[in-house]
Design a protein around this ligand. Structure first.
Ligand code: URA
Length: 240
């Protein structure tokens, strides 16, 4: 990869800032000063130093975001704030993107990475990654709904959902509302909302708690994010 790209992705600023840095003759590649940002380097085999300090290049970044309502799961948008806008500028340098989508009004766990292979693995319909959601429902959810979810409900467009596990946490007869948790093994557009529509109920609040082995960190406030731990990264990569 180009030296200027490596430096920029390692937190040394924009391409222009990196160009100025290179001009100052403070960057060495294998011990030799290098002023040309276009030169090709290998992060694995070349020793790159700035002011004599080794540059630790990380090819991939992995962030867990507690997505708030009102932001969209995209990298750019003309109208709305995106989940990428919630990242610090230095965390945007390596161009992470959201792994899958949460609706604009859905909160909860969203993984952001630039690791295309991992994203592909997690989103592949063949891999059946579990996603657990907590929801508030307009309507009284009953055991019959849980049985229907377990058999696989049919959406309004005729799609037969895979079996899903529905746990009823609380129902309020006076208000006509319920609190539930549902585990799905696929990720169709508006899936949870449409599954409840199929049993004549409405999702009024939705939050994703987990995706495969990755659980939303309870210490993250809405809109906050953190880097995944090495264990979390390994658990995602090694999931069967
Ligand atoms: N199901 C939905 O309906 N919306 C989401 O954001 C995620 C799952």
């Amino acid at each position: 990869m180009r030296l200027d790209k490596l430096l920029s992705h390692s937190g040394f600023g924009t391409r222009k800032e990196v160009k100025n840095l290179l001009k100052k003759k403070v960057v060495t590649v294998n011990g030799t000063f290098q002023k040309d940002g276009k030169v090709q380097v290998s992060p694995e085999t070349d020793l790159i130093e700035v002011f004599g300090e080794k540059v630790e290049y990380q090819e991939f970044v992995y962030f867990m975001l507690h997505k708030p309502k009102g932001v969209i799961s995209a990298t750019t948008d003309n109208l709305h704030e995106t989940v990428i806008d919630l990242l610090q500028p230095q965390d945007q340098l390596q161009e992470p993107f959201p792994v899958g989508r949460l609706d604009i009004d859905t909160e909860g766990l969203l993984l952001l990475t630039n690791d295309g292979n991992l994203a592909h693995e997690l989103l592949s319909p063949k891999k059946h990654v579990n996603k657990v959601y907590q929801a508030e429902i307009k309507g009284i959810v009953i055991e019959k709904d849980a049985v229907a979810f377990l058999k696989g409900v049919t959406l309004e467009d005729g799609y037969n959902c895979k079996p899903a596990e529905l746990v009823i946490h609380e129902t309020d007869g006076a208000k006509g509302t319920s609190k539930i948790e549902v585990t799905i093994h696929e990720g169709k557009f508006h899936q949870v909302k449409r599954m409840f529509e199929s049993v004549d109920k409405e999702v009024t609040y939705l939050k994703r708690l987990s995706m495969g082995p990755l659980y939303l960190d309870e210490n993250l406030q809405l809109g906050e994010y953190r880097t995944l731990t090495q264990d979390e990264i390994e658990s995602l990569k090694n999931r069967k």
